[in-house]
Design a protein around this ligand. Structure first.
Ligand SMILES: Nc1nc2c(ncn2[C@@H]2O[C@H](COP(=O)(O)OP(=O)(O)OP(=O)(O)O)[C@@H](O)[C@H]2O)c(=O)[nH]1
Ligand SMILES: Nc1nc2c(ncn2[C@@H]2O[C@H](COP(=O)(O)OP(=O)(O)OP(=O)(O)O)[C@@H](O)[C@H]2O)c(=O)[nH]1
Ligand SMILES: [Mg+2]
Ligand SMILES: [Mg+2]
Lengths: 284, 292
């Protein structure tokens, strides 16, 4: 998508910056990447013109979003907690429930016993939706009646998961806008309920971001991180046309990695994040 | 704020003697930065800036005593103009039922909008029928049925495995038979590049001849809004848009992108999760919001 000549002239720079902005990286991050690119091209000798520039650009972005050891979400083997508790949060419609279902299947496929907590007690048919996902994944579900206190459901679910000797507890929560104080307070309460069990829960708190998100994702991340310390992101709907470049800006600002990506609506459409593949797709 | 940033720029420029056209470019860079922060598509922003520059030079902003304020007014008015002068109501059929078809990406708020519209029609004495045409998402039909029950509006559905096109066709027939004034088709979320699913929308269109096709879009979207709106429009020539999650703090630049690429009016905004949270679109309020 980036047409460039063999020399990096102003037009080529503009084209690259446009591609980065068009991928939702935002003006600041795009400018920083272009400045860094210019520096590297000056200090390195590139024999193969446009291809060389693209390679440097991809490497740069891949490096920016690379997962360190701690960045990888454990999906099999010995898990750092029993049950290993993953809290799933995010704004309305981002893909939390679907991601919870897909993640549950990942763990059951790896031979783990999984419990899912239905902590969206608010939205119409939220619990029936999650029940279908639990069935698809071969996971247990802990639910209460519609309108129950989500924090109480979370507490009970962790209790049940412990009692059943579950390996993993996935906590699906209701969609909420970060600028709604009462909803963010509810989220804090859910987190406190999980922590009450003294098991180190939640071990993982993933903010689910819609791949089509714009700059508001930065504010979402900041606010959700305030309410419940995030450990990473799940970026959904990357099977669409959006590039999800906002995660580059997020990594730069908050140093939190994307751990999972959603690439479809089926139960197996979940992948661990791969920085190199992500960078490649960005410029495809 | 944008006007303060402009004032700072003009103040510093005045210090250099006469303000020139090239100086205007510095303020325009501020406008561009603001629009990109607000998620306006960068191509749309580019065209917008050019028009603002024309206006600024044409109105001789440089000779003004308050160039910063005047420039903000130009930007604001240009935005309002692009967002769609005045409010555009829904088209109603001469002979009922009016068929309204809701389309859009996954999770943008179609099912919620369906219920909100139905509630408004009911209040206005135009008995609606909701049609649950999403046969893919788990518990999608149940979601619409639950909402329908809460507002006492009937929901037409078919058993699992039914064809969404057939459901829509039968739903419109049902609306006609039971003298409903409006029938609202809630379709499954889909990607603009999913050929099979987009073809399903073509077939629903052919089977039901909607009077109004509303493209439902999440106002928190980024640069890609231009792409998806463009593709949906190219395919369906929808007649209006609904922006959802307006109660978020997203600046909503996607609205400008969608308007620019489709030319269709934004008819409503969703302002919350409750069935009453639907408001008419106000271009002037949207312009202020985009400019932050
Ligand atoms: N194409 C695609 N669609 C997805 C993906 N993830 C989720 N979806 C769809 O997005 C829509 C919303 O997904 P949900 O899982 O209900 O989202 P949510 O965050 O739980 O929504 P709320 O609970 O209402 O806030 C559904 O139609 C999903 O099928 C993905 O990776 N790709
Ligand atoms: N805060 C807020 N939430 C909204 C608004 N509109 C819809 N939602 C929420 O967004 C989520 C998705 O809404 P749905 O109506 O299920 O979206 P959809 O487009 O039908 O989703 P799919 O059928 O999966 O494509 C739900 O949690 C809704 O409650 C709004 O205006 N404001
Ligand atoms: Mg959900
Ligand atoms: Mg729906």
């Amino acid at each position: 998508i980036v047409p460039i000549g063999t020399r990096l002239d102003d037009d080529a720079i503009d084209d690259i910056e446009a591609a980065l902005i068009g991928a939702d990286m935002g003006l600041e991050t795009s400018t920083e990447i272009v400045d860094e690119l210019r520096k590297r091209l000056r200090s390195e000798q590139l024999e193969d013109g446009p291809a060389g520039v693209m390679r440097v650009l991809e490497e740069q972005v891949a490096a920016m979003v690379a997962l360190g050891e701690e960045g990888v979400l454990p999906l099999e083997g010995v898990l750092p907690g029993k049950p290993y508790v993953v809290l799933i949060v995010g704004v309305n419609g981002a893909g939390k429930t679907t991601t919870a279902g897909k993640l549950a299947k990942r763990y059951t496929d790896a031979g783990k016993k999984v419990v899912i907590a239905a902590c969206d007690t608010f939205r119409a048919a939220a619990i029936p939706q999650l029940e279908i996902w639990a069935e698809r994944a071969g996971a247990d579900i802990v639910r209460a009646q519609h309108g129950a206190d989500p924090a109480a459901v979370a507490f009970d679910a962790l209790e049940a998961a412990k009692a059943r000797g579950a390996d993993v507890l996935l906590v699906d929560t209701a969609g909420r806008l970060h600028n709604k104080v009462n909803l963010m307070e509810e989220l804090k309460k859910i987190r406190r309920s999980l922590a009450k069990h003294d098991l180190g829960a939640p071990h993982e708190t993933l903010l689910v971001l819609d791949g089509t998100s714009g700059q508001n994702a930065l504010i979402q991340a900041r606010e959700f991180n305030q309410a419940t310390e995030l450990t990473g992101f799940a970026l959904t709907k990357l099977d669409g046309t959006a590039k999800g470049g906002i995660v580059v800006a997020l990594r730069r600002e908050m140093d939190l990695p994307v751990k999972l990506i959603g690439v479809g609506e089926g139960v197996d459409d979940l992948q661990p994040f791969d920085g190199a593949a992500f960078a490649k797709a960005l410029f495809a | 704020r944008l006007s303060e940033r402009f004032d700072d720029i003009f103040r510093s420029l005045r210090g250099q003697g006469r303000i020139t056209e090239r100086n205007i470019d510095e303020t325009l860079r501020e406008v561009r930065r603001s629009l990109l922060e607000a998620d306006v598509n960068f191509k749309v922003a580019k065209g917008f800036i050019l028009r603002v520059k024309e206006q600024a030079l044409g109105q001789d902003v440089l000779k003004s005593l308050t160039p910063g304020q005047q420039l903000v007014k130009i930007v604001h008015d240009e935005l309002v103009g692009l967002l769609g002068g005045s409010n555009s109501p829904l088209k109603l059929a001469d002979l009922p039922p009016t068929v309204i078809m809701l389309v859009g990406l996954q999770g943008c708020g179609k099912t919620t909008i369906a219920a909100k519209l139905a509630s408004q029609f009911k209040e206005k004495g135009r008995p609606p029928l909701l049609v649950a045409a999403d046969m893919y998402r788990p518990a999608a039909v149940e979601q619409l049925q639950t909402l329908g029950t809460s507002i006492e509006v009937p929901v037409f559905s078919q058993p699992a495995g039914s064809d969404p096109v057939e459901i829509c066709r039968l739903g419109v027939d049902e609306a006609r038979k039971t003298n409903r004034s409006v029938v609202i088709l809630d379709t499954a979320g889909r990607l603009s590049i999913d050929e099979e699913m987009m073809h399903e929308l073509d077939r629903i269109l052919q089977a039901t001849s909607p009077h109004e096709i509303l493209f439902v879009a999440d106002c928190m979207q980024g640069q890609d809004a231009v792409e998806t709106a463009g593709r949906f429009y190219e395919r369906l020539a929808f007649s209006g848009c609904v922006l959802t999650k307006f109660d978020s703090d997203a600046r909503g630049g996607a609205a400008l992108s969608i308007r620019e690429v489709t030319g269709q009016p934004i008819k409503f905004v969703g302002t919350g999760e409750k069935v009453g949270d639907l408001e008419p679109f106000h271009p002037d309020r949207m312009a202020s919001r985009i400019l932050g």
